[in-house]
Design a protein around this ligand. Structure first.
Ligand code: ZN
Length: 193
């Protein structure tokens, strides 16, 4: 049995739809009522445990640092970098407490694309159609005061957001040089850090 996904428009199986719902539920748990700064990433990772809002209970119980984003991020775990940039202490705290503190600060993390990409699709920045869907989400759902988009591949997305009237800017992505510094500066300009 196949279905058309509301998120990516692809013909998908039931597992894809279930994972999309779980991804939305994970994020909703830590979504601020009013979003001051929307931190925009490009594409959800194919591995749910690497999602920004994944609460990696098992990993932490095993005494390991949560694996979220470590492969993608030269500067370390993205959640740690974001927390440090907005002066949220991460030391000794379980991941869900850090995510809750990020929420209280008014920050929400979302993906420009709603669904993970197949290998073929992952090589291109969001398409015009994907950007249009993001603009609808931004306008009618997120309503952020500021948008900071990670990575050069989201430049066209940021331009579209600006044209739609959002205060948006681009900063270096986790796999680009001086990411933590670039993110910190962008967040200070929004007033959240
Ligand atoms: Zn999808």
């Amino acid at each position: 049995m196949t279905h058309v996904c509301d998120g990516c428009g692809a013909t998908v199986d039931a597992a894809h739809l279930q994972e999309r719902i779980r991804r939305l539920e994970r994020a909703t748990r830590f979504r601020p009522l009013h979003i001051h700064t929307l931190l925009l990433l490009e594409t959800p990772p194919p591995e749910p445990a690497s999602d920004f809002y994944a609460v990696a209970g098992q990993a932490e119980e095993q005494g390991q640092e949560c694996q979220s984003f470590t492969e993608a991020s030269a500067g370390g775990d993205l959640t740690s970098v974001v927390a440090r940039a907005i002066h949220v202490s991460r030391e000794g705290k379980p991941r869900d407490e850090v995510l809750a503190a990020i929420q209280r600060a008014g920050m929400f993390v979302a993906y420009a694309r709603e669904c993970p990409q197949s290998d073929a699709g992952a090589s291109s920045p969001p398409s015009a159609g994907e950007v249009q869907k993001l603009l609808l989400r931004a306008r009618f759902s997120y309503k952020p005061k500021h948008v900071v988009a990670l990575g050069a591949r989201l430049r066209a997305t940021v331009e579209a957001l600006k044209q739609a009237g959002f205060a948006a800017e681009n900063c270096a992505g986790p796999d680009e040089g001086s990411f933590a510094q670039s993110l910190g500066e962008a967040l200070r300009r929004t007033g959240i850090a």
